[in-house]
Structure formats: C-alpha cells, structure tokens
Design a binder for this molecule. Structure first.
Ligand code: SF4
Length: 641
C-alpha cells in the first residue's frame, strides 16, 4: 500500500512458506501513524494474526522482520531493524533489535517489513532482489556456522564481473537449525540475540535470507535533515557517553562502574562484586586486545570493537558477555571470553542466556541438585559445552532448554536468574532496584533495555538513590516508552544516552548534578502529566534530536509529547499481545534470590522491593492490579480499534 509519508517504502511483504508464495500485506498510513515501524509495527501485525492459542514452533507463528522510517535515512545509528515473533523461550512476544545491514537493504528492495509464515520441507535460503523472490535449496550450506554461511551466500550472489551483488543478509548457525531455545539470528557480525528468534527460523528451515535492491528512502525535508544530522553527529561525538565512553571502551567500559556500585553480576548473581574484575574490565580489554573500533552503518558512536582470536580479526565481546562469562562464572581469563564470544556468535547462540544457563547449572551442581560436571572457576571445557548445546548433544541437550526449564526439573528456582523464562542481563539489580522492576515487567522477559534501563540513572550515568522505590516506577515507564519509540523508528537505543545533558555527566559532584540526583526520584508527577496531556510537551527538546529527525524524514508531526505517547502505545500493544498468551502480574516476577535475599546483610534495602514497585508501576501505567491495561487506556491509545 503506497504511502504519503517519507521514510517508508510503502510495502510489507508476507511470504507463505508452505505455499512458497508471497503477497503484499496491507498496512495503511493510518496504521503507520499509530504504530510507526520496527517493534511496534511488528506487534500490531502479531496482534492482528495471533489469538493466544498458537505455539512458537508451529505454522501459525509469524517471524516479522521490520524496519523503522529512519532506517536508511542517514540519521545517526539508523541502520537498525527488528525481529519479532512468539518466543520459544518465553511463550510471549519477543522483539530483538539488530545493527546488521539487513534492514538497510530490505528498504533498498522497497520493503518496510517482511513477514514469514509456515515452514519449508527442505533447508532453503531465500533471495530477494527488488520484486523478485527465489527459493534456493540450502543442503550445501545447512550446518555451516554464521560467518561461513554468509560468505557462501555472497559467492552465490557473484555477478558476471566477479563482484558480489550488494546485499544484506540474515542467517542462523547450527544452534538455530537445532532449535536451541535461545539461538539467535545473525546479520554481518551483529546479532538479533534475545528470545530465540534463530530457533523459529530453524523451525521454518530457512538458513539465510539475502536481500538487495536499488530503491531509495525518501526524506521529506532533505535540506533540514542534512543540517540536523550534521548537528546531531557533532552532539553525539561531544557527549561524554556517546562521544567518549562508548567509542573508547564500548559497553565493556561499564564493568568498573558496576563493580563500584555493587551491581556486577557475580557467581550467578549471588554477589554484586568480583575481586578479579580488573582482569575482565573494559580498560584491560582495550589495553590488551582491542584492534579497531567498529560500528553499524551510519553510526558515529561505533561502540563495537574488533579483537584477535586465533589469528582472526573478529568482533569483541559486549558488556553482557564479558560480565556473565567473567564474574558470572568466576572466570578471570579474558582471552577465553573473547574466544567463547566468537564461538557463540558462530554457533548462533545468545551469549546472555547461554552464560546464565551455565552459571545456573554450576550452582545446581555445587548445591548437589544436579550432577553435571560444571563448576565455577573451572572453565577449560566450556568451548565443548557450547558446541554440545548448539548440536544438542549429551549434557548440551539439557542446557539448550535454559535455566527456567532446568530449574523446574532439577530444583533451584530461587537461583535460576530469569524473568518470564528469559535470563537477565549482566546488572545485579538488588542495588539498582528500578532496573529490577524493569527486568520483571519487561514485555520480552529479563531484558534491561526493554525494562527501561533505569540503571543509567541509578549509578552508571547519574546517581539517584539506587535502592529507593521513589520515582522508579514512573521513570521506568518513561524510559520504556522512549526506547520503544527510538527502536520503532529504526534507531539504536544508545542514541538515548545523550538525553542526559553533558554537564551532568562531566561534573558528577557539581551542585546541579547532586540536585538532579535528589530531585529526579520525585519527578513522577511530571511523567504522569506528560502521559496524560502530551500537549504540555508539544515541543522539541534540545537534547533529544529524535523528534525533529522523525518529522523531517516522514513529514508527520512528532513533538516530544507525541513521541512519548507513541512509545506508550507500543509498550501497551506488546502487553496486549502477551495478554493473549496469559501474561499477568504473577508473570512479572524475579527469582527469590533477588527479591528476598539481601545482597548486603548490613543493608536492609539491598533487595528488589518488587511488590511495592509493581503496584506503583501498574498504577502509573493505568493497568489493573492484575497488571493488564484497562479498557479506558486502550481506548485512549487507540489500540484495538
Ligand atoms: S552505538 Fe553501537 S550498537 Fe548502536 S548503532 Fe552504533 S555501533 Fe551499532
């Protein structure tokens, strides 16, 4: 359906794998205005097609790959695309934002989104070139790891002149083929990591999709957008987080701050600090192993970095991998983590869920619940264990189920560190309780980003009281909604870091930063006011360039209040999809270790006061006491109309 708006290509394509047929999926401009793109567009498509009876591994599930209107527009960090589906890990909706080049080329092919339904009889890879779709047998590449398969596809796309046709790819590794519940989809060396999207692609028997085309993204106000982009790039490069910390050390730069704040997940989240943290922190990684900074297309931040593993130059580990395969399992061998990170990407497995499943298994073994041979500090055999998981061999077959299912079988639910079946990220939340709330209520399970990433205010950027419940629920809601919208627009969430004015970060002990830290927990009323009356924020904030960029690219009106409202709509829409599959307040839970056991025996506040936080959060969101959006709210947000 053609569109009057810029940023969109105006076409969503549905491929019915059972029939090997494709057709345009209707998505109107009215829907674009409400559901924007990315994960929100995907949630709308899932909501319209699922009833609550579907199983993740079934022909009724959909794999929805979406771009946002800013994808490919030239805006900073805007090469992102999203993959949503019914997660085999949680049974609820998962959405995973990826920085590979697939989204950019999907738009070059004239598509805003691709929906896959059903499954194929034989391993297949799909080639999309503008309007042409070809199904190719993939017996020769089935079984390949993720780098090898992408190289093999490039070879198949070689033109007569010997050059490879420019294309974007997604693929799965052996873990996806074998439907490991936390397997991922890979694009270049970037990963759509969470929720088991790779397993769904494996169920569909799709090894890879390559997409090419020669269409251009239309930008409505090109002149203004070029000016804004220049200014925005400059702003991001000057900001202490996006211009200094992330480019210098990547996300790994947070390890030392997490240690200081006692939020470094250690020994399966039993502790918040690790005595050998310096062996595995960002500074050591940069000093001893970094080769060069790397980033997604059009990104001035370039938070990724390359390292050398066995003579190959490969992507280095992100913070999550570093922590969870470091302090999480009491391992101080950084070189081993670099190798495992590479191996897991090659196998196509989520490093977070893999690491946390291993640390659960180590503790279960230590406690005598499950004799599995895995021990903290003893890490010499882990490469083999990862392979065994990917191929579901021996103990790997059990580990492939993840910590929730294993704890149901062997016991130890109190230390199986997951929310809704998805393992938590690397931040131990008992000394960052707002993040604890975010983990619990996150639509996709134990995710820091979908949870609002409040830890950035609770010690990693600003320093509001990390263990108070004051203000945490409202701020969580605000940041969830903002990130929902940034992601839906097709941009990287890290661009939101620059939301905090530089002086606050540069001068943490100044009177104004200390004042901000004191005042922020009491700003809940302002958040609720904006939610209720978005017109009072009918402006562009100087620190938040996203709204102007959205207007210049699409031609839609989008002031800050509208932006928050759209994000709110997206978050509630995902909750509505999950409602179909039985989500409620009981499912917004954390393991006992985090809500009942004090991290620090001398500090009564060092646990997540989850019940209290949830109550305030549900109220702030206008959800009922069972954690579900009220009918009045759904009407206000125009969900379900
Ligand atoms: S900040 Fe990092 S993850 Fe985000 S777009 Fe840039 S390089 Fe990619």
């Amino acid at each position: 359906m053609a569109t009057k708006y810029g940023g969109y290509m105006g076409k969503v394509l549905l491929i019915d794998l059972l029939k090997k047929e494709s057709r345009e999926y209707p998505f109107s401009d009215e829907e674009r205005e409400l559901y924007i793109g990315g994960k929100m567009m995907a949630a709308k498509i899932l909501k319209d097609n699922l009833t609550g009876k579907e199983k993740p591994f079934s022909d009724d599930n959909l794999l929805v790959i979406t771009t946002g209107p800013l994808t490919g527009s030239g805006a900073p960090s805007s090469s992102r695309f999203n993959i949503s589906t019914l997660s085999p890990q949680t049974g609820y909706l998962t959405s995973s934002n990826c920085g590979g080049n697939f989204g950019y080329y999907l738009k070059k092919a004239g598509l805003d989104a691709l929906i896959l339904k059903g499954h194929l009889e034989r391993p297949t890879w799909i080639e999309i070139n503008n309007d042409q779709i070809v199904f190719h047998e993939a017996d020769d590449i089935w079984g390949m790891k993720t780098t090898e398969v992408q190289t093999a596809i490039d070879d198949k796309l070689r033109l007569k002149n010997g050059r490879v046709r420019k294309n974007g790819k997604i693929c799965i590794g052996p873990a996806g083929e074998n439907q490991v519940l936390y397997s991922c989809i890979v694009s270049n060396d970037r990963v759509s990591g969470r929720g088991g999207t790779g397993a769904i692609m494996g169920y569909m028997k799709i090894k890879a999709i390559a997409v090419s085309g020669n269409k251009e993204v239309k930008v409505v106000n090109k002149e203004k957008m070029v000016k804004l982009t220049k200014k925005w790039f400059k702003y991001l490069r000057k900001h202490p987080l996006t211009g200094s910390q992330l480019p210098k050390l990547g996300t790994a730069g947070l390890v030392s701050a997490m240690q200081m704040k006692s939020i470094l997940a250690t020994k399966n989240y039993k502790y918040g600090q690790y005595e050998d943290f310096e062996a595995v922190n960002g500074e050591t990684l940069a000093k001893e192993y970094n080769i060069v900074n790397k980033g997604c297309l059009t990104c001035p931040i370039k938070c990724a970095r390359t390292v050398s593993v066995e003579g190959k130059i490969v992507k280095g580990p992100e913070l999550e991998t570093l922590v969870l395969l470091g302090s999480g399992i009491l391992n101080n061998d950084l070189k081993a983590i670099l190798k495992w990170n590479y191996e897991l990407d090659e196998l196509g497995m989520d490093t977070i869920s893999t690491a946390n499943t291993i640390s659960y298994a180590m503790e279960a073994n230590e406690k005598g619940l499950w004799d599995n041979g895995l021990e903290f500090k003893k890490t010499d055999n882990l490469s083999k264990v990862f392979e065994d998981i990917a191929y579901k061999r021996g103990i790997g077959e059990e580990l492939a189920l993840g910590s929730k299912r294993l704890s149901e079988k062997y016991g130890g639910k109190e230390f199986a560190i997951h929310a809704k079946g998805m393992e938590l990220a690397a931040y131990e939340p008992r000394k960052a309780v707002g993040l604890g709330l975010g983990y619990a209520v996150s639509n996709r399970g134990g995710c820091h980003l979908n949870g609002g990433y409040l830890v950035i205010l609770e010690g990693l950027g600003l320093a509001i009281n990390p263990t108070t419940y004051h203000g945490k629920a409202d701020l969580t809601m605000l940041f969830q909604d903002l990130m929902e919208m940034i992601s839906a627009s097709g941009q990287c969430l890290f661009t939101s870091y620059a939301f905090f004015p530089s002086p606050l970060m540069n001068h943490p002990n100044s009177w104004y930063t200390r004042l901000a830290n004191k005042v922020l927990p009491y700003c809940g009323f302002a958040v609720r006011l904006i939610n209720k009356y978005p017109r009072i924020a009918h402006l562009h904030l100087p620190v938040f360039h996203h709204t102007k960029a959205f207007e210049y690219v699409t031609g839609m009106k989008m002031k800050f209040g509208d932006y928050v409202r759209c994000g709110e709509r997206g978050y509630n829409l995902e909750r509505e999809v999950n409602r179909l599959f039985g989500v409620n307040a009981n499912k917004d839970a954390l393991p006992k270790r985090l809500v009942e056991c004090l991290q620090d025996a001398a500090d009564d506040s060092s646990k997540v006061p989850l019940d209290k936080l949830k109550k305030i959060y549900y109220h702030a969101r206008s959800w009922d006491e069972n954690g579900l959006p009220k009918a009045k709210l759904l009407r206000k947000l125009k969900i379900g109309e």
